[in-house]
Design a protein around this ligand. Sequence first.
Ligand SMILES: *[C@@H]1O[C@H](CO)[C@@H](O)[C@H](O)[C@H]1NC(C)=O
Ligand SMILES: *[C@@H]1O[C@H](CO)[C@@H](O)[C@H](O)[C@H]1NC(C)=O
Length: 425
Amino acid sequence: MANSRLGELTQWSIKRTKKNLAVVAVCLILIIFSCSLLPDSSPSSIKHTDPLTLHSDYVDLTLLRNAKHKGAFCLDGSLPGYHFKKGFGSGSNNWLLHIEGGGWCDTIASCSLRKATALGSSDHMERQVLFSGILSNDPMQNPDFYTWNKVKIRYCDGASFSGHPESEFHNGTNLFFRGQLIWEALMEELLSLGLSNAKQALLSGCSAGGLATMIHCDDFGELLPKDTTVKCLADASFFLDEKDVSGMLTMRSFYQNVVQLQGLAKSLPKDCVAKMKSSECLFPKEIIKSIKTPFFLVNPAYDSWQILNVLAPAASDPHGNWLRCKNNIHNCNPSEMVILQGFRNSLLNALSDFEKNKEWGMFINSCFIHCQTWLTETWHGPNSPKIDNKSIAESVGDWYFDRETVKRIDCPFPCNPSCFNQNLA
Ligand SMILES: *[C@@H]1O[C@H](CO)[C@@H](O)[C@H](O)[C@H]1NC(C)=O
Ligand SMILES: *[C@@H]1O[C@H](CO)[C@@H](O)[C@H](O)[C@H]1NC(C)=O
């Protein structure tokens, strides 16, 4: 059984690679890096047919009812959506929200492409998605949160729920930049479904959804009663402001474009925007300085999306020297490995202040993968990645319920045999 699940994960990776290749091809036709990549968008494309799926759970898409009068639209003007599974028993008054990821769009051209996908339009969203990993209602897969009310929030604005309509063009491009309004309309609807009575709440997200979690974590806490326990979790979202292998600040210029195109500054931390360029305030190392709510970071030290897009983007590696290493960390040669270890060190440096903060938890495993919380295989199980013999689920639970302080930082690659390292070749 475990093997067939492994097979599925590989298959999924292959699908993703094909998608990435297609996106890269489009990028070449357009302007370099003007096009956003879609790293972690379609978990539901995994076909689940093996016996482990007996506990699996497909949950229907709901379109936001109040979106229209709020003007909260996806990039193409369609209504945003979410999937809601009611909690039960001891979890009836507890709420777990998970924001899906899917990169960003930074130009009219790339947002226009995205408009025709599930990441820009509910017209293209699957009507049902599988709730697995942190969203699972199976105690074996999700020991601490399986009874909770759970919401998977669909991402269709292309700017981590932080765009503003003032930045829209009024010349026929027909793109809606309503991320902040979507966030507000969504919260209003969830509050009316029972979130307003939450005793315990956890806002989480992966990749661009984890970035949205960082941006909105404190606002989320303010919407809830004073005595509610509120915490936030970002998975594979610690995007680094690092030079790529050709010495260019690729990620910084990409974020600059996103911030400018969709007018993100108003949603970013005010104290940051007051003292530096708003595009720099989109980087987690700046956002986290303003977060007051207890926060947990799950992040692989060699995040595969970041290795592919931040460290060694195709445009900065024209001869494809990095291709073998980018596809599989086991193929990296010693000099590439030195660069990857430097990338890990940058992450650990950015987190050093938070290692001392008791309210912060972290699980930084030395694996080559992207999101790990919504996949059963990586969230919790006999073969899931562990540090000090604890799975990600156990670590998050230990932190959420104050069972212990959790600062689990792995030794450098290749020391951890429990990793799920992706093979993108
Ligand atoms: C709309 O305006 C923007 C910014 O001025 C410009 O870049 C874009 O090409 C225009 N689009 C069309 C369809 O005219
Ligand atoms: C690791 O944890 C599992 C389950 O919690 C336990 O059964 C096992 O004995 C532990 N192994 C070690 C080496 O501590």
